[in-house]
Design a protein. Structure first.
Length: 283
């Protein structure tokens, strides 16, 4: 039987091209030439039996098959590095944790730091981003443990708690008095967006999207600068924001929850970290 093996060097090349968005930039990062990088990607496409990159756009984009290969490639490259670390005696295991942006700093960092001191040979790989992206990575096997935000009862987890959301405006602005009401929000399908629109329409008010960002810090800054009102978790509100109380007629939003997910067969260290994160949620 002919052995079928994917070359890690080829996988590293396509990951770099996808991350950079171009063959030229990837070649510079890999200290190679553009023609060599192109040849390696074509060789990988021959092995895979599929076209993996769409080169017709200004920025190189993965095809559907390319997205599949990239998911596996990242895991295989990570395992390769992990194997070297294990053999060198530097780590005993890796915990890949996914967190929403507003969980990355503060108490979570203190918790992760304490966990790291207790288990110095456990490597922590933390990814932050939108809950939908974290869910996708988890389902693809790229993350071991995630905290996500979702509509209540959407997906069962090992722990969950209600997510307290507050309407906010900038300290020196009153976006709620404008017509139409300017809204600062996450992209389409992002959390809270539909709830905000429904609540404002319920008041009989007109609205417009004034600013969109997939970054929590971008949302926080836009509201602080007076670009519009928004809806955020209590933990994400800063002293540059003003909480809009019931005087303005905005309905409380209580449809969201925070959930912790890991697989039943998760490593002992993953389960231990999950227990610590449960305590954080209860706080």
């Amino acid at each position: 039987m002919t052995s079928r093996l994917f070359d890690l060097d080829l996988l590293k090349t396509i990951v770099m091209v996808a991350d950079c968005g171009s063959f030229t930039a990837a070649a510079a990062r890999l200290h190679s030439t553009q023609s060599t990088v192109s040849q390696k990607v074509r060789r990988l496409e021959d092995i895979a039996g599929h076209r993996l990159l769409n080169r017709s756009h200004r920025e190189v984009q993965p095809t559907d098959a390319g997205e599949t290969v990239l998911g596996y490639a990242r895991r295989m490259l990570a395992l390769n590095e992990e194997l070297f670390d294990v053999l060198a005696g530097e780590i005993e295991s890796t915990v890949r944790l996914g967190l929403p942006d507003d969980f990355v700093a503060g108490p979570t960092t203190h918790l992760l730091s304490a966990f790291n001191r207790q288990h110095p040979q456990v490597k922590l790989e933390v990814t932050s981003g939108l809950s939908r992206d974290l869910c996708h990575s988890y389902d693809q096997g790229e993350l071991d443990l995630i905290i996500i935000k979702q509509r209540k009862h959407s997906r069962a987890g090992v722990a969950c708690c209600p997510e307290k959301l507050l309407w906010i405006d900038g300290h020196n602005t009153q976006s709620i008095t404008l017509d139409p009401v300017p809204i600062v929000t996450f992209p389409p399908r992002g959390l809270y967006r539909d709830d905000m629109i429904s609540a404002i329409e319920h008041l009989g008010r007109r609205w417009r999207i004034s600013f969109t960002s997939s970054s929590l810090s971008g949302i926080q800054a836009a509201v602080a600068e007076g670009m519009g009102l928004s809806l955020l978790p209590a933990r994400a509100i800063t002293d540059q924001h003003v909480v809009l109380d019931g005087h303005y007629g905005l309905s409380p939003i209580d449809s969201m929850e925070v959930v912790i997910l890991h697989r039943p067969t998760a490593d002992a260290r993953v389960q231990e970290l999950a227990e610590l994160l449960k305590g954080l949620l209860r706080q």
